[in-house]
Ligand binder design. Sequence first.
Ligand SMILES: Nc1ncnc2c1ncn2[C@@H]1O[C@H](COP(=O)(O)OP(=O)(O)O)[C@@H](O)[C@H]1O
Ligand SMILES: [Mg+2]
Length: 230
Amino acid sequence: MISFNHVTVAFKNGSHALDDVSFSIQPNEFVFLVGPSGAGKSTILNAVMGVFKPSHGSVNVGDPSIDVTKLAGNRLAEFRQNIGFVFQDFKIIPHKNIFENVLVALRAKHVPAQFQKNEVMNNLKNVGLEKKAFEFPIQLSAGELQRVAIARALAGDRKILLADEPTGNLDPKTTWDVMKLFVSLAPSRTIVIATHNTDVVASLNKRVIQLDKGKVVNEQHNTNSHTKFL
Ligand SMILES: Nc1ncnc2c1ncn2[C@@H]1O[C@H](COP(=O)(O)OP(=O)(O)O)[C@@H](O)[C@H]1O
Ligand SMILES: [Mg+2]
């Protein structure tokens, strides 16, 4: 569960990245965050991670939920290990092979050594890249690198996956492959994707939260899901 309750994020220069934003995302929901550049999409994802402290409101995450705005230090770092994050520019470590790139996430979560190999390979299988485990990033295409990043984000059984413009650096065909991969991973995870790609959003029948100038301006609920109407 992710719940924003009257969240305002203001910056020192007086601008508001989020202005009294409220919405709830249920466990295992798949949601697109859309809106023009500067609308507040990245700020929402970062607020879920506790990166931005709202000047007003609360951000409750998990089940049982905790108010992320109240966390700091080790407790915040520990909380973040429950969430996978996928970036536009992949953030794959170039001098480590694919296996080691995913392993980093397991080490961060303190997954015991005897489970690590299986867990890395299972996550690479989930994204169709188990055969490339011992290749290096330079040998992979952009789409494959983003799939590695998705495997890394899920490693350690993370139930919440956030992605910020994950297809922003990909061509149209690869964009579609990566979005279909997210959809295939969805049923047992909560997935929130910030994207500019209106074609993809229009084609996939998923819930959409539309933002503009730091406010929620439209919320569609996926009629196939079991979520309540707000
Ligand atoms: N550190 C910051 N200081 C001041 N303003 C910021 C900062 N970070 C983001 N903003 C502003 O907050 C608004 C929302 O930004 P952002 O969440 O990145 O939008 P989006 O991801 O939808 O493009 C923008 O107007 C942006 O300029
Ligand atoms: Mg952004």
